[in-house]
Design a binder for this molecule. Sequence first.
Ligand SMILES: [Zn+2]
Ligand SMILES: [Zn+2]
Ligand SMILES: [Zn+2]
Ligand SMILES: [Zn+2]
Ligand SMILES: [Zn+2]
Ligand SMILES: [Zn+2]
Length: 522
Amino acid sequence: MSVDMNSQASDSNEDDFGVNSEEDEDDDGGDDEDQGDIVDYYDGVAGDMEQQGADSFDPEEYQFTCLTYSEIQKVLCKEVNSIAAILKVLPAVAKLVLVHFHWQVSQILDRYKSNSSQLLSEAQVQPSSTCRSVPTPQSLQCGVCLQLVRRDALLALPCQHSFCKTCWEQHCTVLVKDGMGVGISCMAQDCSLQMPEDFVLPLLPGEELKDKYRRYLFRDYVESHFQLQLCPGADCPIVIQVQEPRARRVQCIRCNEVFCFKCRIMYHAPTDCPTIRRWLTKCADDSETANYISAHTKDCPKCNICIEKNGGCNHMQCSKCKHDFCWMCLGDWKTHGSEYYECSRYKENPDIVNQSQQAQAREALKKYLFYFERWENHNKSLQLEAQTYQRIQEKIQERVMNNLGTWIDWQYLQNAAKLLAKCRYTLQYTYPYAYYMESGPRKKLNVRCCGRSCCHNAYDFEYQQAQLEAEIENLSWKVERADTYERGSEGELSANDRGDLENQMHIAEQRRRTLLKDFHDT
Ligand SMILES: [Zn+2]
Ligand SMILES: [Zn+2]
Ligand SMILES: [Zn+2]
Ligand SMILES: [Zn+2]
Ligand SMILES: [Zn+2]
Ligand SMILES: [Zn+2]
C-alpha cells in the first residue's frame, strides 16, 4: 500500500492527469488489496474467529483498496488512454464517454463494436446524425451576442454551433464558478453536446479558476465511476476502489471513517441503503416525539427503587433486591433466554385497519417509538461499552507495566470487548429493517434451521434478531463482570471464566454472521 500522506496537499494542486501523458505501468501497489493496519475495534476480531470450522466464512468480508489522489489519477488515466485509443478520440473526449457510461469499459467496448457513432452521440460528444445542424458558412455573427466577428474568432464544438470567444468564456466561467465540472454543454438552444475539458480550460481566465475546474472534474470522474467512492471523512482525499460495488463496509486507512460503499453513509447492514435513509430521515423529523424516551433511570419492577444504567448491558440486576430484569421491557430476565423474541418484536394490533384514524395514528406512533427506543438504546450501549473497552485497555496496560503478564496474555479481554461492539452495532441496525419489514413472507429469511421442532420460526428475521440480542447481552454481562473481577484480589480470571467468555464470543459472532449472511448473499 503506497499511501503517501505527505504528498496530499501538493497533489491536489498538481496538474490534471495527463491528456497526452503516457502513464507508464509502474503502478506500485495500486492494485494491491492490502488495507494496511487499520486500528479499529471492528478489526482484528475476525481473525480470531477464523479457525472455527465451516461456519467461519465471514459474510462481511469485502475487498477494497484505499488510493491517494495520484494513485487514482493513474487508474483513471489508464482507462482513459485505452478507451481513447480504441475509440480513436482525444483523451478529453474519451473521459466524457467514460463518465456517461460510469466507466464500465467492457460495456463501452461492446457498444462500440455494435454501433460506434451511436455510442458517441449517446454520450453527447458527437452530434447525432438526425439533428446535425447545417452551418451557414458565410455567417460571421455570434449566435449569443449577435456581434459581427472575424471568422477565426468564432469557436464551435463538432456540432458547428459557432459563438465568439468572449461568449464561450463567459459561459464557462459562470458554470465553473457554480461548481460545474463535467456537464458543461454547447450554448446553442436544444444542443446538449458536451464540452471536453481541453476545450473549456483555455477559455477560463486565471490559474485559480482552472484549478477549481480540475478539482471539480476529478470529483465528477470519481463520483461517476462505478468502482470508486470518495471517502466521506472531513477533508479526506482518499478514494476507495472496489471490484464489485456493493452495500458493504469499507474503512478509510487515512481518517478511519467507516461507511457503506454504496451510499457513503455509516455502514448499516442488515438494513439496506434506501431503508436506512428513510429511517434516518424519519428519526430526524420525529426527533421531538422521540426525545422523551431518553431516560437514564428506570424503577426496579420489583422493589421500585430508582436504577441508573451506567453500563451497556441490558440485563440489569437491582442493587437492592437483586432482581434480574430487562432494561428495555422491564420483564423478568429469566424468561429472556427463550423468549427474547417477545422483547424485541413489536406486536401489532391485527384489528387496527378496522379502527378509527386516530387509533391508527396512535398505533403507528407506538410502533415507531418501540423501534426507535431499541435503536437508541443500543446506540447508547455502544457508547457505554466503548468506555468499558477503554477501561479494559488501561487495565491491561497497567498490568503489563507491573509485569503481570504480557499483552498477549490479556488480549482476549480486549478482543471480547471489540467483538461485543461489532455485534452490538449489527444489532442496532436490525431495528430499522425490522420497523419497515412487512409481516408475512417477506420476514422469512433463508437461514439454516436446526430442524428441531423448537425452532419452527428459525426462518424468521425477528427470531434471528432475538437470538443475536440474547447472546449479545450475555456477552456484555460477561465482559462487564470480567472487568470487575480484575479489580478483585484474585488478580485474574480463572481459566474457566476465560473459556466461558471465549465461548460466548464465538456464539455471539456466529449469531451475527447467520443474520448477516442472507443480507449479504442478496
Ligand atoms: Zn458572442
Ligand atoms: Zn451545439
Ligand atoms: Zn478518509
Ligand atoms: Zn448503504
Ligand atoms: Zn429491586
Ligand atoms: Zn426485554
